[in-house]
Design a protein around this ligand. Sequence first.
Ligand code: AMP
Length: 189
Amino acid sequence: MKQSKSICVYCSSSDSIDPAFTDQAVLLGAALAGKGFSLVYGGGMHGLMGSLAASVQENGGRVIGVIPEALVPHAFSQADELIVTKDMRKRKASMENRADAFIALAGGFGTLEELLEIITLKQLQFHQKAVVIVNTLGFYDHLLNQFEHLYESHFVNPAYKQLYHVVENAIQAVEFIEGYVPAKLPSKY
Ligand code: AMP
């Protein structure tokens, strides 16, 4: 039997953000579960992380949380599987290895760091998995403008625009992953 896909989602741990972001997390949880995809994520109970995980389970899906020892008190204890790692770096590696694709919802430093690392690893051809940015309410416009600046000023080859895909909402993110075929990209060196 073919194993169902696991999708890693990076997203905010803040409980103080506009509810429009929470709506997308809930929608994404339902869409992942509806397709039979498992969720792999940072294992937290706060913010979009908690809303996403709860939505996956409410819709009959499976939640795998990967959390460092130090953050276990903030874990989503109802996760179907909770993997505890020594530190944040080991946690990111575990999430990366388990996932077939990556989605970034809105988030802070933690989310940005995870997103940029997974793009960098793809640029260096350590993986070829889909990376999707959900640009809710134009949240990522500033970062995407910075990316444009990188291409225009030759810090990054414009061919690498294909490393990631930008969508407006969670449903489009799941659709993109379903139809994803890795592009042939130039080697960095
Ligand atoms: P931030 O975007 O700064 O809110 O951080 C959220 C991202 O960093 C998530 O994708 C998580 O993987 C990780 N993270 C931050 N805080 C926590 C936490 N309390 N528990 C688990 N993961 C966290």
